[in-house]
Design a protein around this ligand. Structure first.
Ligand SMILES: O=c1ccn([C@H]2C[C@H](O)[C@@H](CO)O2)c(=O)[nH]1
Ligand SMILES: [Zn+2]
Length: 134
């Protein structure tokens, strides 16, 4: 799965966003270390708080299928603008993809790539809790 194909899957998922409140569609496509792709869109709620971002929808699909390791995740929000994952999503990506690559796309041809650690420096993660158990 190349980067462009992953972005195209994120764009397709974006079309399925359920966003009656913000009208801001976001799509994500997660490539697992096993080579599987899981897509996600944001899903809003009339009571607002239960809203789930596109990234976490994709991660929930992967993890609930037993695929726990993120190789890369592509994200696209507003077309022709870069939309970066919110802080909550960065933390959830951290849980399953300490070394993940984030692909932030404007459209199918223009994107930037980052390592999770550069978007969430000095992060707290599962290993930090395990140290406590020793
Ligand atoms: O990276 C992001 C940023 C925002 N949203 C969603 C949440 C909400 O539905 C809408 C506006 O914040 O965009 C995502 O899905 N991913
Ligand atoms: Zn988010």
């Amino acid at each position: 799965m190349d980067i462009k194909s992953l972005i195209e899957k994120a764009i397709e998922a974006r079309e399925r966003a359920y966003v009656p409140y913000s009208n801001f569609k976001v799509g994500a496509a997660l490539l697992s270390k096993n080579g599987n792709v899981y897509t996600g869109c944001n899903i809003e709620s009339a009571s607002y708080t239960p809203t789930i971002c596109a990234e976490r929808t994709a991660i929930s699909k992967a993890v609930s299928e037993g695929d726990r390791e993120i190789e890369a995740i592509a994200v696209i929000g507003e077309i022709d603008n870069y939309t970066y994952p919110c802080g909550v999503c960065r933390q959830v990506i951290r849980e399953f993809g300490k070394d993940a690559t984030l692909i932030i796309a404007k459209n199918k041809d223009e994107y930037k790539t980052y390592k999770l650690k550069d978007l969430l420096p000095h992060s707290f993660g599962p290993e930090d809790l395990q140290k406590n158990e020793e």
